[in-house]
Design a protein around this ligand. Structure first.
Ligand code: NAI
Ligand code: MG
Length: 567
C-alpha cells in the first residue's frame, strides 16, 4: 500500500490534532503545505487529485446485525447501502434492522440484564473485561479509523491519531470507575439505618450520529457497560461499519452475549422503535435537536424511559480586543473547520472585536484558502468530503442564503471537484445577527464572522440563540475572560483553546443543546439508579437520642409509642 508510508511520516505532526499543542501543530502543518499544490487555493490541482481516490487500507468483515453475541441477518432480509462520500459509490450492503430486529435485540439485552452475569459479576471482573476491550480497540485502531474515514469522509490521520486514542482512553477511564461505583450510609433524624445502592438502570438504547462514529460509540457504550447495564446500539445509517467491527472485538474481549447488541438501520424505523420500546429503561441520543425532541416525546408516550440528549449547537467564538490576531485566526479556523465543520460544538459564530476586525477578516480568508482539502486517505489532508448528499446540499443551501441575505463572501462558496461531496472552505464576513447562517446549524465548512465593540454587547448577542452547547474565548485579559465565561450560557467554555474533549470532562448542553452530561464522573449518573434502603436500628452505640424504650424526635421530645411501628 503506497499511501501507508506517507501516512507514517506525518503521523507525529497530525497526531497532535486534539492535544494541548493542537493549534501550533495545525499552524505548522498549514505553513508546510501552503506552498504545495494540494490546498484548496490551488483549486485545479486539488480537483485533479480528487479524480483518483486512494484505496482505503481496510477490509470490510462485518455487515450483519450483532444480536445476542451473534452476527445475524435482519428478520426481513432487507439490506441497505453505505456510500463512499469521495465517489458517491457503494462501499457495502448491510443488514437493515427495523422494529422487529430491535425487539429481538431488546429481549436479548433484557435477558442478559435480568439473568446474565454482567450486572452480577464482581465489579473487578467487569474492569478486566473492559480493559481487555480497550486494548483490542487500540490494537485495531488503524482498521477502525479507516472504516470511519471511508464511511464518513473524515481524514484518516485525524481518526487514527486524533480520535482513536480518545476512544481507547474512554473505555479505560470507565473501566477504572466500574469497581468504584457505590452509595453512601446516611445518618437519619429518626435513628434508622439507611444506605444507598447505585444500581444499573437496565437496558439502555443508544442512538449515535455519523460525524464521530467511534468516538460516539465510546462515549455511550463505555459508561453504560461500566455501570453494569446492557445495551442496544443503533448506529447512523451513513456510518454503520466501525461499530460492528468493534462489536466483534467486544465479544473477543469476553463481554457476554446480549450485553452489547448493535442494530444498523434507519432512524425512522429502527431508531424510533428503540425510543418507543416499553422494555427499554433508558435512551441516550446524539444528533439533531429536531430528532432529540421526538425522542423525548417517544419516552413520554411509552414508558417514561430516562433520556439524555446531546444535540445541536451554534457556538460563539469570541476574539477580544487585545488578541494576537494570527493565533486567534488559527484557533477560530480550527474551531469551525475541524471535521469538515461537522461538529456539534463547531465555533460557528465568530465574534471579532472592532479594533482587530479588518486584520482578522483578511487573515481568516488567507487561512481558509490554505486549508488542505482532499482524499481523506492522503497524508496531510485537513478536510475530506461531507458525509452525504443531504448534508452537502444543506450546506450549499446555507451558503446561498448567506449570499442572498447580504453577508460578504470572502472565499469559497461552491463545491470542489465534480464528484463526491467536497465543499470549498468558505468564509463570510459582516454577518448580521438576523442572517440565517448566523442562527441555524450549518454543520459544514462555512465560517461566519461578525464585528462587536463591547463585552456586554458580545455576551448578550452570543447568548441570543436557542442553543447552548459550547463557546470559545480568545483573550489575554483574565478579568475579561472571567466576565465572559461566567456570562455565557453554554455547557463548555474553552478559553484560548478549543475542541478539548478530555475523557474526564463533562460534556453537554444548556437550552436546546440537550439534557444531561456525558463523560467524566457525571456520566455515571446517567447509567445508575439510586436505591435507598432503610431499616430500624435498635440501640445503636452512637445515636445520642435513642433509648431502649422508644425514640425521640430531633429536638428531643418523646415520640408517642403508637407512632412507632418498627421498634
Ligand atoms: P439525525 O438527528 O436525524 O440523526 C442522528 C441519529 O438519529 C441517526 O442514528 C439517525 O438514524 C437517528 N434518527 C433519526 N431520526 C430518528 C427518529 N425519529 N427516532 C430515533 N432515531 C432517529 O441527524 P441527521 O439527519 O443525520 O443530520 C441533520 C442535522 O442534525 C445535521 O445537519 C446537524 O445539524 C445535526 N446533527 C448534529 C449532530 C451532533 O453531533 N449533535 C450529529 C449529527 C447531526
Ligand atoms: Mg435526520
Amino acid at each position: 500500500m503506497a499511501s501507508r508510508k506517507a501516512l507514517a511520516i506525518s503521523a507525529p505532526l497530525l497526531g497532535r490534532i486534539l492535544s494541548r499543542n493542537q493549534q501550533a501543530a495545525t499552524a505548522v502543518a498549514s505553513r508546510k503545505l501552503s506552498t504545495g499544490a494540494r490546498n484548496y487555493g490551488a483549486a485545479a490541482a486539488a480537483e485533479k487529485e480528487l479524480e483518483n481516490p486512494l484505496k482505503p487500507p481496510v477490509e470490510i468483515k462485518y455487515t450483519k446485525l450483532l444480536i445476542n453475541g451473534e452476527f445475524v441477518d435482519s428478520k426481513s432480509g432487507k439490506t441497505f447501502a453505505t456510500h463512499d462520500p469521495r465517489t458517491e459509490e457503494v462501499i457495502a450492503h448491510l443488514s437493515e434492522g427495523d422494529a422487529v430486529d430491535i425487539d429481538i435485540a431488546v429481549k436479548a439485552a433484557r435477558k442478559a440484564f435480568d439473568e446474565g452475569p454482567w450486572p452480577r459479576m464482581p465489579a473487578y471482573e467487569r474492569v478486566n473485561i473492559l480493559n481487555r476491550f480497550a486494548d483490542l480497540l487500540e490494537k485495531h485502531s488503524e482498521e477502525l479509523a479507516a472504516l470511519d474515514a471511508w464511511d464518513s469522509g473524515k481524514p484518516y490521520e485525524q481518526a487514527l491519531y486524533g480520535e482513536m486514542p480518545g476512544v481507547v482512553r474512554n473505555f479505560k477511564y470507565f473501566a477504572g470507575w466500574a469497581d468504584k461505583i457505590h452509595g453512601r450510609t446516611i445518618p437519619t433524624d429518626s435513628g434508622h439505618f439507611a444506605y444507598t445502592l447505585h444500581e444499573p438502570v437496565g437496558v439502555c438504547g443508544q442512538i449515535i450520529p455519523w460525524n464521530f462514529p467511534m468516538v460516539m460509540f465510546a462515549w455511550k457504550v463505555a459508561p453504560a457497560l461500566a455501570c453494569g447495564n446492557t445495551v442496544v446500539l443503533k448506529t447512523a445509517e451513513q456510518t454503520p461499519l466501525s461499530a460492528l467491527r468493534a462489536g466483534a472485538l467486544a465479544l473477543e474481549a469476553g463481554i457476554p452475549p446480549g450485553v452489547l447488541n448493535i442494530v444498523s438501520g434507519y432512524g425512522e424505523t429502527a431508531g424510533a422503535a428503540l425510543t418507543h420500546h416499553m422494555d427499554v429503561d433508558k435512551v441516550a441520543f446524539t444528533g439533531s435537536t429536531e430528532v432529540g425532541k421526538k425522542i423525548l416525546q417517544a419516552a413520554g408516550k411509552s414508558n417514561l424511559k430516562k433520556v439524555t440528549l446531546e444535540l445541536g449547537g451554534k457556538s460563539p467564538f469570541i476574539v477580544c480586543e487585545g488578541a494576537d490576531v494570527d493565533k486567534a485566526v488559527e484557533l477560530s479556523h480550527f474551531a469551525l473547520f475541524f471535521n469538515q465543520g461537522e461538529c456539534c460544538c463547531a465555533g460557528s459564530r465568530t465574534f471579532v472585536h472592532e479594533k482587530v476586525y479588518d486584520e482578522f477578516v483578511e487573515k481568516a480568508k488567507e487561512r481558509a484558502v490554505k486549508r488542505v482539502v482532499g482524499d481523506p486517505f492522503k497524508s496531510g489532508v485537513e478536510q475530506g468530503p461531507q458525509v452525504d448528499k443531504e448534508q452537502f446540499n444543506k450546506i450549499l443551501g446555507y451558503i446561498k442564503s448567506g449570499q442572498e441575505q447580504g453577508a460578504r463572501l470572502l472565499t469559497g462558496g461552491s463545491r470542489l471537484g465534480s464528484k463526491g461531496y467536497y465543499i470549498q472552505p468558505t468564509v463570510f464576513a459582516d454577518v448580521q445577527d438576523h442572517h440565517q447562517i448566523f442562527n441555524e446549524e450549518i454543520f459544514g465548512p462555512v465560517q461566519s464572522v461578525t464585528k462587536f465593540s463591547g463585552i456586554d454587547e458580545v455576551i448578550k448577542r452570543a447568548n441570543r440563540t436557542q442553543f447552548g452547547l459550547a463557546a470559545g474565548i480568545f483573550s489575554n485579559d483574565v478579568n475579561e475572560i472571567n466576565t465572559i465565561s461566567r456570562g455565557l450560557r453554554a455547557g463548555t467554555v474553552w478559553v484560548n483553546t478549543y475542541n478539548i474533549y478530555d475523557t474526564s470532562l463533562p460534556f453537554g448542553g444548556y437550552k436546546q443543546s440537550g439534557l444531561g452530561r456525558e463523560k467524566g464522573i457525571y456520566a455515571l449518573e446517567n447509567y445508575t439508579e439510586v436505591k435507598t434502603v432503610v431499616m430500624p436500628m435498635i440501640n445503636p452505640a452512637w445515636h445520642p437520642l435513642s433509648s431502649s424504650r422508644g425514640r425521640r424526635d430531633r429536638v428531643g421530645k418523646s415520640i408517642p409509642r403508637h407512632f412507632i411501628h418498627d421498634d
